[in-house]
Ligand binder design. Structure first.
Ligand code: PGA
Length: 225
């Protein structure tokens, strides 16, 4: 099955010129190795400006209502209308800094699916899978296992431990739901998660802002195609 590599740029970079530069380099770098789905999740202001014939787009968050008096929020319909296909939900940074509860993440999951977006539910423990998917039917979503100690630390999870979690997630979701690994993924370790630990994809933070390294990660994924 096709591997999925997701770039989570978080709140980076600080200017459009640099963002466009990183994007262009990734776009031309992955064109030759288009055997994986590569999803770029830039900050909202850049999302509608980037164009590509090979890359897909994702948002880093959304609000669960379709429209209305919710100052500062972005709705699933707005994203869908822009051609965005994916959305990262329940990222640990949102849970931590913006106090997002499992209940809120669950509402966002349902809203994303209703709008026809493919949500990527981020979890660092198995209870978050159950709570995030409560009442969710179908299999048009993904789960990303991102252990807290590994996010942005340069201290990735061992492939053995990550694989155990992948199997535990798959027990909950059943077959047909891609499970991704995230947390200090780089050009050197990407293959371990895709090959040894059997993940269907990767959620890449810091390394996705370094075009050469990110293209190397995508190449690791294409190794399986
Ligand atoms: P990292 O971030 O690759 O910088 O560890 C991953 C993430 O938070 O999605």
């Amino acid at each position: 099955m096709k591997k999925i590599i997701v770039a989570n740029w978080k709140m980076n970079p600080a200017g459009l010129r640099q963002a466009q530069d990183i994007f262009n380099k990734i776009d031309s770098g992955v064109k030759v190795t288009a055997n994986a789905d590569v999803v770029i999740c830039p900050p909202f202001p850049y999302l509608s400006l980037f164009k590509s014939s090979s890359l897909k787009f994702g948002a880093q968050n959304l609000f669960f209502e379709e429209k209305g008096a919710y100052t500062g929020e972005i709705s699933p319909l707005m994203l869908k209308d822009l051609g965005v296909e994916y959305v990262i939900l329940g990222h640990s940074e949102r849970r931590k800094h913006f106090k997002e509860s499992d209940d809120l993440v669950n509402k966002k999951m349902k809203a994303a699916l209703k709008a026809g977006l493919k949500p990527i539910l981020c979890v660092d423990k198995i209870s978050q899978v159950e709570k995030g998917l409560k009442g969710v039917s179908g299999k048009k979503f993904m789960v990303a296992y991102e252990p807290l100690f590994a996010i942005g630390t340069g201290n990735p999870c061992s492939p053995e431990k990550a694989e155990k979690m992948r199997l535990a997630v798959e027990k909950k979701t059943g077959k047909g739901v891609p499970v991704l690994y995230g947390g200090s993924v780089n050009g050197k370790n990407a293959l371990y998660y895709l090959k040894e630990a059997g993940f269907q994809g990767l959620l890449v933070g810091g390394a996705s802002l370094k075009p050469e390294e990110f293209v190397d990660i995508v190449k690791s994924a294409c190794y399986f195609a």
